[in-house]
Design a protein around this ligand. Structure first.
Ligand code: AMP
Length: 642
């Protein structure tokens, strides 16, 4: 940014004014923020909201995400670290400077181009946390291809539905991931997914880590090292794309069984991330950022790969557990690489809390400015513990795959503000946050009223543009019209206090959050229902001390005579868990599968999931006057008591 460019921070009038301007003087505000990134051609319209709820940010502008993340920094920091890869699974540690990253990304881009990938094509990335995954993401956006990363923990059925929907020209994968020292082969899962999917990609590009067999299908599959050697030194210029050109899709769970492809633009996303790195994370070029997430999740997209690199920071990509070889590993990395900003999830902190705090206090963590936590509710004991041990600000932030960057937090980069335990903070600039009455949709303006957390349109830059290939689903799923405006529902309950701090009270839909992983109960139910002896099943999220929530399943067998003994029931429970592991992945595996003769339903046949959940958590199930057969809930109560 030039010295006389307008200031992008609050000035003397504080955060409230900063937020007010972002809403009331939206175009001027975002024009200023957009100065933080480089445009090949300036935009002509800041926000085209002529067709609500579709917002088109920075129309007329030409930009490239890879240019802003990599090439742009070559001038000032070519020899500084850009990507630091650490695997405690394979005991590797490798750093890439911006110049080296530039070379690697071009190599990957050249390979993709040699396979026919051009602007607008989809490339599905199903990979463990290895540098090639980041190269592939950056290579795609470099050439205008749209990547779709699928979390490596998902199995064949989950993967197949995403391949089907994204219809990629190429799939990039690897022989295997590794977790806790155990190799998890990817190729068999990928091959099975490709068999299940009606869409068949033209090519499959495989990175061979030497961990597992990787049989290549002639004519379709290629070995990355061989292909890359052919492209050595090839220069692949950035393809300048319209600001509104999709950069990626990322699938996320909702109420229905079919995951939604959250589609993100390019220009708005680049600006939103650059601004968030400054105002929220206070990251500075030349420093190191460490996000412990996975590239398969939105945090990995925004704050392992793109955000830190856009800010000219080095980013750590870590493959492994937080407690292996011991519970000090993350803090060892913070010390070794002088990490200034760290981002993790409450579940990880709860895991660390079980170990001696000297794993943390025994390190020189002088470089660390703050720890950011997101993805699930941050409970007060966990927040208190880590705050005490670390002696640094712990900053909760609330957002979603759909938004791509925080909705609620404290923006200390704008104005230092206290955090409140149990609250992620206030509405972030750009977000016109509302609480709506669930029944009437009316806005709740008084403090301490419970409502559905909503955002008045347009969503700020960087948020989802639409559902991939399904505008109607985008509108119908997320948006409600209230006279004169449209509001986006987060599907979370919330409360706002007198000072504008929000508190999140859980989802309004059937989405559960297990260790920060968002799962749709319907997807799990569909998988369980495929067991030949399951007639019907209900999956609910139940509070768990460590993981926040776990999935619990209650199934009605088709033939109860096969389940007369405890051994029969355990056997079938094991079969169901294995099925979920194989189809969806271990992340979706229920903690328990219990068998009942009937499920609690309303007289009109709607499953009473909330009542089941309440009973599982020892709470009052509430008004049951519409229940068809009260014995159904009692059966579950008795099972849990026994
Ligand atoms: P995901 O799209 O996987 O990031 O999941 C988004 C959902 O996770 C939100 O709708 C919330 O239900 C939950 N969530 C994310 N961050 C927080 C947070 N800081 N506090 C409470 N819930 C959160």
């Amino acid at each position: 940014m030039s010295a006389n460019a307008p200031s992008t921070t609050a000035g003397s009038s504080g955060y409230a004014e900063f937020h007010r301007r972002s809403i009331e003087d939206r175009d001027a505000f975002w024009t200023e923020q957009a100065q933080m990134v480089e445009w090949q051609q300036p935009f002509t319209t800041v926000c085209n909201y002529s067709n609500p709820p579709f917002a088109r940010w920075f129309e007329g502008g030409l930009i490239n995400l890879c240019h802003n993340a990599v090439d742009r920094h070559l001038k000032d920091r070519a020899d500084q670290n850009a990507l630091i890869f650490v695997s405690t699974e394979t005991n590797e540690e490798k750093t890439y400077t911006f110049a080296q990253l530039h070379t690697e990304v071009q190599r990957m881009a050249a390979v993709l181009q040699s396979m026919g990938v051009v602007k607008g094509d989809r490339v599905l990335i199903y990979m463990p946390m290895i540098p090639e995954a980041a190269f592939a993401m950056l290579a795609c956006v470099r050439i205008g291809a749209i990547h779709s990363v699928v979390f490596g923990g998902f199995a064949s059925v989950s993967l197949a539905s995403r391949i089907e929907d994204a219809s990629p020209k190429v799939v990039v994968s690897a022989d295997a991931g590794s977790r806790g020292g155990k190799v998890v082969p990817y190729k068999p899962l990928l091959d099975e997914a490709l068999r299940l999917s009606s869409h068949k990609p033209e090519r499959v590009l495989m990175v061979d880590r030497g961990l597992a067999p990787m049989p290549l299908t002639e004519g379709r599959d290629a070995d990355y090292a061989t292909e890359a050697a052919r492209q050595n030194g090839v220069v692949v210029p950035c393809v300048w794309v319209e600001s509104t050109h999709p950069s990626y899709t990322l699938y996320t769970s909702g109420t229905t069984g079919k995951p939604k492809g959250v589609q993100r633009d390019t220009g708005g996303y680049t600006v939103a991330l650059a601004a968030s790195m400054k105002h929220i994370f206070q990251g500075e070029a030349g420093q190191t950022y460490f996000s412990t997430s996975d590239i398969g999740w939105v945090v990995g997209h925004s704050y392992i790969v793109y955000g830190p690199l856009i800010a000219g920071m080095a980013t750590i990509m870590y493959e492994g557990l937080p407690i292996r070889p011991d519970a000090g590993i993350w803090w060892e990395l913070v010390e070794r690489y002088n990490v200034s900003v760290m981002f993790s999830a409450p579940t990880a902190v709860r895991v660390l809390k079980k170990y001696d705090s000297s794993f943390i206090t025994g390190r020189n963590l002088g470089s660390l400015k703050a720890l950011y936590l997101a993805g699930e509710p941050l409970d007060e004991p966990t927040a208190q513990w880590i705050s005490g041990v670390l002696g640094r600000p712990i900053i909760d932030n609330y957002w979603q795959t759909e938004t791509g960057w925080p909705i609620l937090t404290v923006c200390n980069g704008v104005e230092a503000a206290p955090s409140k335990f149990g609250s992620p903070g206030k509405a972030v600039y750009g977000y016109n946050v509302k609480l709506l009455d669930d029944a009437t949709g009316a806005e709740l303006t008084e403090p301490n009223q419970k409502g559905v957390l909503a955002i008045e349109g347009p969503l700020p830059p960087g948020c989802m543009q639409t559902v991939w290939q399904d505008d109607a689903r985008f509108v119908n799923t997320y948006w409600k019209s209230v006279p004169g405006r449209m509001v986006y529902s987060t599907f979370d309950w919330g409360i706002r206090d007198e000072e504008g701090y929000y508190f999140i009270l859980g989802r309004t839909d059937d989405v559960i959050n297990v260790a920060g992983h968002r799962l749709g109960t319907r997807e799990i139910e569909e998988s369980i229902s495929s067991h030949p002896n399951v007639a019907e099943v209900a999956v609910v999220g139940v509070a768990d001390q460590l993981k926040g929530q776990v999935a619990m399943a209650f199934a009605v067998p088709r033939d109860a005579s096969l389940l007369t003994s405890e051994a029969d029931r355990l056997k079938m429970e094991g079969e169901i868990m294995k099925r979920v592991d194989e189809q969806l992945g271990a992340v979706a595996r229920p903690a328990r599968v219990r068998f009942v003769s009937v499920l609690p339903k309303t007289r009109s046949g709607k499953l009473l999931r909330r009542a089941i959940q309440a009973v599982c958590e020892g709470r009052d199930p509430g008004d049951l006057t519409t229940m068809d057969d009260p014995a159904a809930l009692r059966q579950i109560q008795d099972l849990l008591a026994g």
